[in-house]
Design a protein around this ligand. Structure first.
Ligand code: BTN
Length: 265
C-alpha cells in the first residue's frame, strides 16, 4: 500500500513543484554540491530560488562537524537546494532545519513505511541506523537570512558500507532489497521540501514544531548521553526554535547545542 502510493506518485517523472527542482543542474562529478552551489550563488546572475544541484559522483562531500561525507558514485542521492528564507529571523533559524528534515522524513516514510525518524538535529534514521544527513549552510546579512544552501546526502542503492560504518549506517537497498530510482526519490523529496518550506513562509510554526517532534528519534524516551565526559540517562523533552536540545535528567532540564552532547547506545 505504502509502496504503491509512492510508485504512483513517482510514475510522473517530472517535477510537479512550483519552484523546488524546477531549475535542476545535474553534474556527473563534483567535489561537493554545497561548494558548487555556493560558488554559483556568489558568481552568477540571481539564481532562481529552488535551484537543485545533483551529482552522480561527489568525491569530496562535506558532513557536519568537519566530517567527510563518503558515498559510492552513482548509487546515492547527493544534492543541494538553494532557498532564500529572508522572511526568517536568526533566532528562529532552526525552523528551516525542521521544515527540511520533516520533508525528507515524509518522502522516505512514503517509500519505507514506519521506522524512519529524525535524529536531532537533522539526521535521517531508520530504526537505529543512519540513512542520511544534511548540511545546511546559511548566509546571513544583519539580522536576516540572505540564503540557505541545503545539502542532503541519502544512502539509497548502496549495498555495502565500509567496516567502520557497520551497525551505524544503512541504505534504502538494505531495507527494501531492491534498487529505487534516484530521480524519482529526488522528485518526491523536492515536492515535500516545497510544501514544508511554504508552511515556514506562511509562519505555520506550530505545524512545523509538531511535525518535527512527532518524528523525533528517542523523543520522550530514557537513553544514555554523554556531556563533558559524564554519562547519564535522560529523555528528550524537545528542540527549541534556536536548535538547542532540551534534555530532562532526573528532575532537571538542561539545554545543549550540537557539539555539547553525544547520543550513546
Ligand atoms: C552529515 O550527516 O554529516 C551531513 C551530510 C551531508 C552530505 C550532503 S551530500 C550533498 C551536500 N554536499 C556536501 O558536500 N554535503 C552535503
Amino acid at each position: 500500500m505504502i509502496n504503491n502510493k509512492y510508485n504512483q506518485h513517482l510514475q510522473n517523472n517530472t517535477f510537479s513543484t512550483l519552484f523546488v527542482g524546477q531549475n535542476l543542474i545535474k553534474l556527473s562529478e563534483v567535489d561537493s554540491t554545497n561548494n558548487f552551489l555556493k560558488e554559483l550563488v556568489s558568481k552568477s546572475e540571481p539564481l532562481p530560488e529552488g535551484t537543485v544541484i545533483m551529482a552522480d559522483n561527489q568525491y569530496a562531500g562535506r558532513g557536519q562537524q568537519q566530517n567527510i561525507w563518503h558515498t559510492e558514485p552513482g548509487k546515492n542521492l547527493t544534492f543541494s537546494v538553494y532557498l532564500k528564507p529572508s522572511f526568517l529571523n536568526i533566532p528562529q533559524q532552526f525552523l528551516l532545519n525542521m521544515a527540511i528534515s520533516i520533508a525528507v522524513n515524509e518522502a522516505l516514510t512514503n517509500l519505507l513505511g514506519s521506522g524512519v525518524s529524525i535524529k536531532w538535529p537533522n539526521d535521517i534514521y531508520y530504526k537505529d541506523l543512519k540513512l542520511g544527513g544534511m548540511l545546511i549552510e546559511n548566509m546571513i546579512t544583519g539580522s536576516r537570512f540572505k540564503s540557505g544552501i541545503i545539502g542532503i546526502g541519502l544512502n539509497v542503492n548502496q549495498q555495502h558500507f565500509a567496516p567502520h560504518l557497520n551497525g551505524k549506517a544503512t541504505s534504502v537497498y538494505q531495507i527494501l532489497h531492491k534498487d529505487v530510482s534516484l530521480k524519482m526519490l529526488l522528485t518526491d523529496i523536492c515536492s515535500h521540501i516545497e510544501s514544508n518550506y511554504l508552511k515556514l513562509k506562511a509562519a505555520d510554526y506550530l505545524y512545523l514544531r509538531n511535525a518535527y517532534h512527532k518524528r523525533l528519534y528517542r523523543y520522550h524516551e530514557q537513553h544514555k548521553y554523554r556531556h563533558n565526559g559524564e554519562v547519564f540517562f535522560a529523555s528528550i523533552q524537545g528542540v527549541r526554535d534556536t536548535g538547542m536540545l532540551v534534555l530532562l535528567e532526573g528532575e532537571t532540564e538542561k539545554e545543549y547545542n550540537f557539539k555539547e552532547i553525544e547520543f550513546l547506545n
